[in-house]
Design a protein. Structure first.
Length: 583
């Protein structure tokens, strides 16, 4: 940035000499012509091509070309330093934001729409770049060029300088006023753009549902309304900008008229030459953009500050779930014993606890199941284990160590989570399965797919494992997506497997077939399985029944049936439903 500023200063230094050499040439030719009493066109041509004048013109031309070349080369160097530096700043800033977004907890995303986050990571970064690039460059350009030019003008004629600069403060004030209006409206337009981006993303992500409910027209109308608001605001801004340039040219023209008028008087009085008139007109032209750019620069600065404040909210957001001072980096492996000690959890801004005083223990290698009605807290409980959230009260231990003391990367590397809401990326099926590992080969990908009972389905596709999935895995059925997610968890070879109702999209017979293949694979691993079907979890080593965020029953399948409690009621109800289905 400093080097670019020096290049720009030097470029403007050589730029101001161009009018000087032009003025010197005109005045010298005029002087020679006057001395030789040139009266006809032929005499003028003879004078111009005389050896004395030719040498004079050649000398001034060389100096002029040299100044132009040096100014141009230095201006090129300016852009290659300042603008390139701003692009590097933009690159670093965008990467820093994306890195921070990946580390922020889930609660952060509940506070912002996805379109809003997207715009902050893209459009707002570009606005900040404009401050470090064009805005900074124009600021240095204005200060140095105006300084050199006004100094040269004062040396020639302080009086004419005052007259020449008279309209420029009005030009600058007008530019500043317009830039303030542009800034305010740009911020409003940016916010509306975020709304449009979020609306489009939401529509494309839920395209199946939109088509199923025949709501294409409705979604189109919603998008049209937001686009119409954006169009009107943008056109209003364009109107102001379209008035700005003609007004700018009017003020510039007024300044030139004043220069010609006043300088003409001074030439008649004999205090200035004709060359000075040309010199001053060029100086005024040189000053026009720097003065006008004051408003542009202020506008860009204000826009950058507005965008920076939006970005700063992300960069300064505290990462609460991370390795801290209590982290024990000497821990290098996990066996899989899980223990909850009086754990309670309450979502931010929630009035009631989602989990209340839970205490349970699952030994390493044990197959545990969690059942209960919808909303009882099952998913919340298992998401606390990989620290997607941190407990509000109590503690969770793995192998007798508080999970907050285990390095976060190690903890999550040893947990294979198959969430209830299966998400697949718009990539190949093979890449989706290999997501959790960096060095999975094709054989390992196919083995994981075989264990999850999805390999045969994948081979039915024309491109097999190279098949590109659509948005959120729309190419696959619900059951295929769930089994692909299971394969993704298995390929990591984790010590702890969490299956959060991950077979709900397949029928009972298919589920039993998948579980038979999984039982051998899950041996020796700590397994937590959430399911609404008791037939799925009845063979578990231990079953926990949750109700209203608390563990109200625990034991094996037979032990819970003997208690004749809530689990028994659920089991008998499902038996009746199965009998009715058969009838």
């Amino acid at each position: 940035m400093i080097l670019g500023s020096l290049f720009l200063t030097a470029s403007n230094f050589f730029l101001v000499w161009i009018p000087v050499y032009l003025r010197r040439t005109v005045d010298q030719v005029e002087q020679i012509s006057a001395q030789r009493s040139v009266e006809s066109l032929g005499n003028i041509i003879n004078v111009l091509f005389s050896s004395e004048v030719s040498w004079l013109l050649a000398k001034n031309a060389l100096l002029l070309v040299g100044a132009v070349i040096l100014s141009g080369v230095l201006l090129f160097a300016t852009r290659q330093t300042l603008i390139v530096a701003s692009r590097k700043i933009e690159f670093d800033l965008r990467n820093d934001i994306f890195d921070k977004l990946l580390k922020l907890p889930q609660r952060f995303y509940s506070s912002y729409e996805s379109g809003e986050v997207y715009v902050r990571a893209t459009e707002d970064v570009s606005k900040v770049r404009e401050y470090f690039g064009p805005a900074y460059m124009y600021t240095i350009n204005t200060l140095t060029r105006a300084g050199f030019i006004i100094t040269m003008m004062i040396i020639v004629s302080p009086e004419l300088t005052l007259w020449a600069l008279l309209p420029l403060p009005f030009l600058s004030a007008f530019a500043y006023w317009v830039s303030g209006y542009i800034n305010d409206y740009s911020r409003i337009i940016q916010e509306q753009y975020s709304t449009i981006a979020g609306r489009a993303k939401e529509s494309f992500s839920s395209i199946r549902l939109i088509k199923a409910y025949n709501r294409e027209g409705y979604e189109q109308q919603r998008f049209n309304r937001e686009s119409e608001i954006y169009r009107k605001k943008k056109l209003r801004l364009d109107l102001v900008e379209s008035l700005f340039h003609p007004t700018l040219n009017l003020l510039i023209g007024l300044s030139i008229v004043i220069v010609v008028w006043k300088a003409g008087q001074l030439v008649i009085e004999g205090t200035l030459t004709v060359g000075n008139i040309m010199e001053y007109i060029i100086y005024v032209a040189y000053l026009t953009w720097p003065v006008a750019s004051l408003g542009y620069t202020v506008n860009r600065f204000q826009q950058s500050m507005a965008s920076w404040s939006r970005i700063d909210e992300i960069l300064t957001e505290e990462i609460k779930i991370a390795d801290k001072s209590e982290t024990d980096h000497s821990i290098d492996n996990i066996k899989g014993t899980i223990e909850f000690n009086n754990v309670s959890y309450k979502y931010p801004d929630a009035g009631e606890y989602a989990l209340k005083d839970i205490s349970l223990k699952i030994e390493a290698g044990q197959n545990a199941a969690i059942v209960g009605r919808t909303g009882s807290g099952k998913t919340t409980l298992v998401e606390l284990i990989p620290r997607l959230f941190d407990v509000t009260e109590g503690e969770i231990l793995i192998d007798g160590t508080n999970i907050k003391s285990i390095p976060l990367e190690l903890l999550r590397q040893n947990i294979g989570l198959v969430p209830q809401d299966t998400f697949l990326f718009s990539d190949t099926i093979g890449e989706n399965i290999a997501l959790g590992t960096d060095e999975a080969n094709q054989q390992e990908i196919e083995e994981a797919a075989e264990k999850a009972q999805v390999r045969d389905n994948i081979l039915d596709f024309e491109k097999k494992f190279e098949t590109i999935l659509g948005e959120r895995g729309i190419t696959l059925s619900g059951g295929q997506k769930q089994r692909t997610a299971i394969a993704r968890a298995l390929i990591r070879d984790p010590k702890i497997i969490i299956l959060d109702d991950s077979l709900s999209a397949v029928d009972t017979k298919t589920e039993e077939s998948i579980l038979q293949h999984l039982r051998q694979e899950l041996q020796g691993r700590t397994t937590l399985m959430i399911s609404h079907r008791i037939s799925t979890i009845k063979d578990a080593d231990i079953i926990f029944y949750l109700e209203d965020g608390s563990v109200v029953e625990e034991g094996t399948h037979n032990e819970l049936l003997e208690q004749n409690g809530r689990y028994s009621v659920m089991y008998n109800k499902q038996l009746i439903e199965e009998e009715l289905a058969e009838i």
